[in-house]
Ligand binder design. Structure first.
Ligand code: FAD
Length: 472
């Protein structure tokens, strides 16, 4: 066997698994001795609280991956610092002639990778990046006129038309594991050594690492047939809960898309549609990096949001007086997860009822979501705020009470997060302020004491939102 490289590095980022991994595959196939490395990036860590769940999730996923590679005689070297310094340093230290990684489409990551690639080039080290975290990337799916799609349904149709089994084929990494560089196992730095402390992740129903992802997916695969009918009801276990694993690449997108595609049933195809939304927003971010931080539709860049801080705080802390919105925000605060229907309702409420700039909400979600992903979060917020590509039109404004009556009719979800109003009858639970004094007393609820009066009146705010958007 002839190799292109004696020694190569695989630089892991949001792809913390060994199975079906593009960069591992390419490195192992072309190099005699492959070493994997993960850098805890100082620039990213500096902005995070010391008990950030994402750091914990990464740390635990890495520990599992490290153990897996050690079983095969290799290792993952875990370092802290700035990749632009650390990667060239490590390449020199190990005598690597090439660095392999999987592509990232966020503007900061693109800039970082370009800088690392050029620093490596100065030292004669090759830099190879591959598509891995999406099925179709960058400009692989374009309109007939060769332009990026900005509307989802035609994008999805073109995506499905372009798809053939090759695109979903797994990279057979296992076949080449003999090319891992044999190394004495290196201990994993503790969370404290990288400046963090354990989070409350262990108390949440999510297990980091590829094994956690596989177990979650096995469970969902049994339920996928019902996905279309139950996915909108937050009290029901209807969705996959795989978003954090997709975010950190502890499971392969090809494996998931292939499963849904081969199943081909109504539930599976509906779920595949959600995976296509994921690709859609990634390509939007790649084509329009300016949309991270600015309205995709320029005419809505300067909407005159009043931005009341006290209303924003009430929303963030789950005390707006609108039970579904409050339960949603408490789910986020408690678990770092929020159901998709609730993300839409909570985002719409912040922007169109409380008239707060969508960027404030986007930032809040970015701080709290375990699955935070710039492309999906920005896309979701701009969709809800009507400023994005293929967004809901500005005059479509969710009514937080009817959304609640429709998607949590028996109040099971609300009761889980708002015990203080749990004794209210189902009918009143969605709008406690409509209850009579006697009904409130019978349920042991003191409005304004145990649970707030609504911070705003929906009908009034709806009118104000329409005027704000009309003014542009
Ligand atoms: C305001 C707002 C903010 C959001 N922020 C994020 C975010 O930061 N990270 C994130 O992964 N998703 C985000 N989403 C999309 C969606 O809400 C989550 O992906 C989903 O709730 C995760 O739960 P799940 O894994 O059980 O989803 P499932 O319903 O099982 O879907 C499977 C996967 O498809 C992808 N997906 C589903 N819906 C979308 C979507 N609308 N856009 C892009 N990808 C999607 C996710 O990777 C998800 O894990 C956001 C949506 C909104 C409205």
């Amino acid at each position: 066997m002839t190799f292109s490289y004696q020694t190569a590095l695989v630089w892991l980022r949001r792809d913390l698994r060994l199975q079906d991994h593009a960069a591992f595959y390419h490195a192992l196939k072309t190099s005699r001795a492959v070493v994997a490395v993960f850098i805890f990036d100082d620039d990213i860590l500096a902005e995070l609280p010391r008990d950030d769940r994402r750091v914990d999730f990464i740390w635990q996923s890495l520990a599992a991956l490290k153990a897996e590679l050690q079983r095969h005689g290799g290792d993952v070297l875990v370092r802290r610092g700035q990749p632009r310094a650390r990667i060239p340093e490590l390449a020199a230290e190990l005598g690597a002639q090439a660095v392999f990684c999987n592509r990232d489409y966020e503007p900061a990551a693109i800039a970082r990778d370009a800088e690392v690639a050029s620093l490596l080039a100065e030292r004669g080290v090759a830099f190879h990046d591959s598509k891995d975290q999406v099925v179709f990337e960058r400009d692989e799916i374009l309109t007939a006129a060769g332009k990026p799609f900005t509307v989802f349904t035609p994008y999805k149709n073109a995506w499905l038309k372009r798809l053939d089994p090759f695109h979903l084929k797994a990279y057979p990494v296992a076949r080449y594991l003999a090319n891992l560089q044999p190394r004495p196992p290196e201990p994993m730095p503790t969370l404290a050594e990288i400046g963090f402390q354990p989070s409350d992740l262990a108390s949440l129903p999510i297990t980091p690492g590829a094994a956690g992802a596989d177990a979650l997916f096995a469970d969902f695969a049994r339920r996928i047939g019902h996905y279309k009918t139950v996915r909108d009801y937050p009290a029901i276990k209807g969705v996959s809960y795989l978003s954090a694993h997709l975010r950190f690449g502890t499971i392969s997108i090809r494996q998931l898309a292939a499963f849904a595609w081969h199943d081909g049933g109504e539930g599976a195809m509906c779920w595949l549609g959600e995976l296509i939304w994921r690709d859609f927003y990634q390509q939007i971010l790649w084509h329009r990096p300016d949309a991270a931080g600015r309205a995709f539709k320029r005419e809505y860049e300067n909407l005159a949001f009043p931005n009341r801080r006290d209303w924003f705080d009430a929303w963030r802390e789950g005390r707006t007086g609108y039970p579904l919105v409050d339960a949603a925000m408490r789910q986020l605060n408690h678990s770092g997860y929020m159901h998709n229907r609730l993300r839409m309702v909570a985002a719409s409420f912040l922007v169109k009822d409380l008239l707060v700039d969508w960027r404030w909400g986007e930032r809040c979600f970015a701080e709290k979501l375990l699955d935070f992903d710039l492309a999906a979060n920005n896309g979701g917020w701009q969709w809800a705020a009507s400023t994005g590509c293929d967004a809901q039109p500005y005059f479509r404004i969710f009514n937080p009470v009817s959304q609640s009556e429709k998607f949590d009719a028996d109040g099971r979800f609300i009761r889980r997060y708002l015990p203080e109003i749990a004794a209210l009858p189902d009918k009143l639970l969605h709008a406690p302020w409509t209850a009579t004094r006697e009904q409130l007393a019978a349920a042991g609820v003191r409005l304004g004491v145990d649970y707030p009066y609504p911070v705003v009146d929906h009908a009034t705010q709806r009118q104000l939102a329409l005027e704000l958007f009309k003014r542009g």
